[in-house]
Design a protein around this ligand. Structure first.
Ligand SMILES: O=C(CO)[C@H](O)[C@H](O)COP(=O)(O)O
Length: 223
């Protein structure tokens, strides 16, 4: 299957959000990535339900919602009602992760778990079969425009090997500092979905950049 591209609206122009959403609608992108930050789990605050509902009103592609919040269980039904297709919670924010994943599925969404850069992928072994997606953070969450952490490649390879036996359908998503220069390495390491904020919205032509990211053929790259 061809890899998925999820432009992160965190890097969009919030004063022209409808324009940027329509650009993504008409592009080769697969999903909208929606970053929700609470100022507690991460040292930043992004946006919440009213903005997400406004995004949903205009978006014609699925909303891939990344919750960088404590106590995500409290809000799962509301994010599902606001239009999420995928809800990803942080491993580090969930005491009863299995219960949280069940709640996401019960709300009718695909369930994802995100890992901070310091969190080993092996901690997901006993829940991997229940997940639709794992989001490997390649920067410390909280801000767009940060530098990609190279150890992510090693984590992706390890996760790909685990998924091969435990959950071959698993979507392996990577988020943070992803661009046209590291995309090939990330595909070869096992990632199948890519969040990109600044690489897309700061490009001269965001729509063309989405096409370049979507159509990059890692098979043609040197290993
Ligand atoms: O989750 C995030 C920050 O916590 C963003 O999705 C991520 O950083 C994307 O931005 P960029 O591609 O500019 O690094």
């Amino acid at each position: 299957m061809k890899h998925l591209i999820a432009p992160s609206l965190l890097a969009a122009d919030f004063a022209n959000l409808q324009r940027d959403i329509e650009m993504v609608n008409s592009s080769d992108a697969d999903w909208f990535h929606v970053d929700v930050m609470d100022g507690v789990f991460v040292p930043n605050i992004s946006f919440g339900f009213p903005v997400m509902e406004a995004i949903k009103k205009h978006a014609t592609k699925p909303l891939d919602v990344h919750l960088m919040i404590v106590n995500p269980d409290q809000y799962i039904e509301r994010f599902a009602a606001a239009g999420a297709s995928v809800i990803t919670v942080h491993y580090e924010a969930c005491t009863h992760l299995h219960r949280t994943v069940q709640a996401i599925h019960a709300a009718g969404c695909k369930a994802g778990v995100a890992l901070n850069p310091h969190t080993p992928v092996t901690l997901l072994k006993d829940i991997l079969a229940d997940l639709d997606l794992v989001l490997v953070m390649s920067v410390n969450p909280g801000f767009g425009g940060q530098k990609f952490i190279p150890n992510t490649l090693h984590k992706l390879r390890e996760l790909k090997a685990m998924a091969a036996t435990l959950n071959p359908e698993l979507i392996i998503e990577v988020d943070g500092g992803v661009d046209i220069h590291n995309l090939g390495d990330l595909i070869q390491a096992g990632a199948t979905a890519f969040v990109a904020g600044n690489a897309i919205f700061a490009a001269t032509s965001p729509k063309e950049m989405i096409s370049e990211l979507k159509n990059l053929n890692a098979g043609l790259l040197k290993v």
